[in-house]
Each structure stands twice: as C-alpha cells, then as structure tokens.
Design a protein around this ligand. Structure first.
Ligand code: PMP
Length: 443
C-alpha cells in the first residue's frame, strides 16, 4: 500500500473546514507517539488538544494496538441485534464499575453508539421514549442551551446553540434553549474555582416550564463544562439548580460528557467533579482513546427499567446502530480502560490542575487576552476579536502555533487546550510559552 506525502487535495471533502483555505496552506500529520504528532516533513507537533479532545492516554499506545489487532484476527465484526459477543458485555460491565457518580448514582446501563453525535441523539430518544413508557407521552420537547455543542445529528444541532451549525438546516420541533453562562464582564480571569455569578441562569428552565408547561418537556441537555464553544465553566451552584428544577418538574437531565468524560477534569466524569447526578450521560472520544470510533450513553437504572423491564407489551427502545458495541471498538475501549487504571489517568488532571492553571494564567496581561478559563486539564484563552473580522485573530494564533510545532484548537477567538492526560509539567510550560509567543506575534 503506497501512501503519498503529497496527496491530492482534490477529493477529500473536509469536515468543518474550508477546503480552499486549507489548500492554500495544508497541514498534514503523518505520525503520532506519546505527546507528539509528526508532520509529513518530519516536524514535531506537541499535541495540546489530545487530537480532538479524545486521545486522553496519549498516542501510539501498544496495549490498545495489540488488543485491536488481536480482536481483528479473532472476530472482526459481529452484530449486537438479537445476539451479542462477550466483549460488549464485558466492556459494559467494566464501564458500569466506573460509571459517572459511582455505582450509587445508578448510571450503570450502557448503550453503545458510534460517536458523540450518535450518543446525543440516542440520549434524546431514550428520554422521550422513557416519558412515553411512564405514561407521559405529551413530553416530547427537549431543551438545550445557547452556545451548546452536541454534535451534528439533527437532534444534536437542534438542542445545540451554535448558529453556524444550525443556520441552513431544519431542526426538531419543540426545542427551546436556555441562555448560555458566559459572562466575562462579571466572571473574567476566574482562578481557584468556578465563576461566582450566574447560577440563576438555571432558572431559565423554570421560565421555559412556565411558557410551555412541564407536561410537554421530556429532557434538558447541557455540557457540564461547555467545550467546543470555548471552554465555559458552570457558575457555582448552576448545575445543582438545574438538577433541582428538572427533578421538580419530571424533566430528565442529560449531561453531555463527550469531552469531560474519562478524566478530563481530574475525576472520571464531570458528574464526579460537580457531585450532581443527571439521568443520562453521553460519552465518546476518551472511551476508546479516540483510536476506534465509539460512543456510549450511561442511563440510570430507573430510565432503563421503565423501558426495558416489565410486561412484554411495553414499548422498548427501537433504536440501535450496526456498529453499536462493535467488537474492535470494545477491544480498544477495554485496553484503554486498563491504561487509565494502571496509570491513574482518570485522576491525573487533578494532580496537574494547579500547575496547569498557573501556566495558563501566566498569559494574563498579554495583548488582546480578555479572559482565561481553566478546569482540570482544559483551558480556554479568549482573545479580543479584531474589529474587522471576528475569529481572525484566533485563527492566526492557531496557524502560527501549528507552524511553530504546537497543536491548539480555535473556536471563534478562543484558543482551547486539552492535552493528553499523560502530559508532563515541562510540556505544560512549553505549551504556555509557545502560545504566549504566538499571541504576542498576532498583536
Ligand atoms: N457532544 C460534545 C459535548 C462534543 O464536544 C462533541 C464533539 N466535540 C460531540 C457531542 C460530537 O461528537 P462526535 O464528533 O464524535 O460526533
């Protein structure tokens, strides 16, 4: 098999990327090991983003590669409709053992999907089906939040709140949005904890109940820490309040943990970090270290049992994917969980969080830096938009960083970092100094 270092750029329709802009200056990665990518010219690129927030155990893990290749040769594919294979049951059991909130929280029923977007659509459908199963069939509305990112399925863009992702598409009927919690005027440069102001924004759910009637609302979905929109932390007390309001009105609470799951905040899940237990949790990415596509929804026993236990006439859940519980993905996931456990990676971000926070806040005072937000091993560095072109300054910093050997993410004018959880302190310092230099050059 021949692979060219100078591939034709004509046929690949890039996701979320302007092909034209890319062709003018292609960035091509050819290898990956540990904390580094290698580009096609042999240059090293320090991975400040764990790929796309997913390679939590770092690149090129032999244990995962071995597990995947063994599985490929043992059984490459098997359906999980009306049958199964041992690996999918084993993986679900091992996931349940570290389920969000611990066993006591009861989020121990695992539905496998192929991606974060599929996990979101699955969770929304489970929520609506659950309401129907308990005799609440009028509850079909779902509530999301401005600036939320929940993938690109029709369910996900409907509850999502990023206008570019929604603009030209029809969305689900009966969806409403709460306000986002970003308030740099009151919460800028927060350190050592969550933003003080904004818990009352959770009362938006109460207002939507007053507007539509609780009997029409099935579920509310939020990212506990909004990632793709620029790393927005929940204000102190916000998630607790959302939990209380949703419970009071019989509305299921869904946490989208596609980014926060699997150690990103220094706890296995954001549920553990914040101590707030929802009814459904969506995951993907770190589930398999990003190595094989897979997602999973953790559902509470109550939700599961209402649908799946009881008289045979009951509505179960008519939903599933060809690749639900794919054996090769399970093999990747099982090996990934072993690495997480052996190396303590699900809590490592907690050990590094102070160092990470100090390194990122050292950028405070650089030109155009208007906010810095960190939690666990995530950071959002927000730059003032250029007067003539919002997003241009952030994009310039991203390109400059890449050219100098650091991979960051850019969303609007916010630079986001979320390195693999194996990152060392010196590499954190390198990231901060390389990013700082790029920010200075962009000024
Ligand atoms: N939900 C959240 C919170 C995400 O961050 C993402 C991806 N960044 C998704 C859903 C969608 O995941 P995928 O790209 O695997 O479909």
């Amino acid at each position: 098999m021949l692979m060219s270092n100078t591939p034709s750029l004509e046929n690949f329709w890039m996701p979320f990327t302007a092909n034209r802009q890319f062709k003018a200056a292609p960035r091509l990665l050819a290898g990956a090991k540990g904390m580094y990518y290698t580009d096609v010219d042999g240059g090293q690129v320090l991975d400040g983003t764990a790929g796309l927030w997913c390679v939590n155990a770092g690149h090129g893990r032999e244990k995962i590669a071995d597990s995947v290749s063994r599985q490929l040769m043992t059984m490459d594919y098997a359906p999980t409709f009306q049958m199964g294979h041992p690996y999918v049951f084993d993986f679900a059991e091992k996931l349940a053992a570290i389920a969000p909130g611990g066993k006591a929280a009861g989020l121990t029923k695992v539905f496998f999907t192929g991606s974060g977007s599929e996990s979101v659509d699955t969770a929304l459908k489970i929520a609506i089906a659950y309401q129907r199963a308990i005799g609440q069939g009028t509850r079909t509305r779902v509530i999301g939040r401005e600036r939320g990112y929940h993938g690109v399925g029709f369910g996900g863009i409907s509850v999502g709140g990023l206008v570019n992702n929604r603009r030209v598409f029809p969305t689900l009927p009966g969806v409403d949005h709460m306000r986002h919690t970003h308030d740099p005027a009151r919460n800028a440069f927060v350190k050592n904890g969550l933003p003080e102001h904004g818990a009352d924004l959770a009362d938006d759910l109460e207002r939507l109940v007053a507007l539509h009637g609780a009997e029409t609302i099935a579920a509310v979905i939020v990212e506990p820490v909004a990632g793709s929109t620029g790393v927005l932390l929940p204000p102190k007390g916000y998630l607790e309040r959302l939990r209380a309001i949703s419970k009071k009105h019989g509305i299921l609470l869904i946490f989208d943990e596609v980014i926060t799951g699997f150690g990103r905040l220094g706890t296995p899940f954001a549920v553990d970090y914040f101590g707030v237990v929802p009814d459904l949790v969506t995951t993907a990415k770190g589930l398999t270290n990003g190595v094989v596509p897979m997602g999973a929804v953790f559902a509470s026993e109550a939700v599961h049992d209402a649908l799946m236990v009881g008289p045979e006439s009951q509505i179960e859940l008519f939903h599933g994917y060809t690749y639900s519980g794919h054996p090769v993905a399970c093999a990747a996931g099982l090996a990934t969980l072993e690495i997480y456990r052996e190396e303590g990676l699900l809590t490592r971000a907690a050990e590094l969080a102070d160092h990470w926070q100090e390194a990122m806040h050292s950028l405070n005072g650089l030109p155009n830096v208007i906010d810095i937000r960190t939690i666990g091993l995530v950071a959002g560095i927000e730059l003032a938009p250029r007067a003539d072109a919002a997003g241009a300054r952030g994009y310039d910093v991203f390109v400059d960083c890449f050219n100098k050997g650091l991979l960051v993410r850019v969303t609007g004018d916010t630079i986001a970092l979320s390195p693999p959880l194996i990152v060392e302190k010196e590499q954190i310092d390198t990231m901060a100094s390389m990013l700082g230099d790029a920010i200075k050059r962009a000024a």
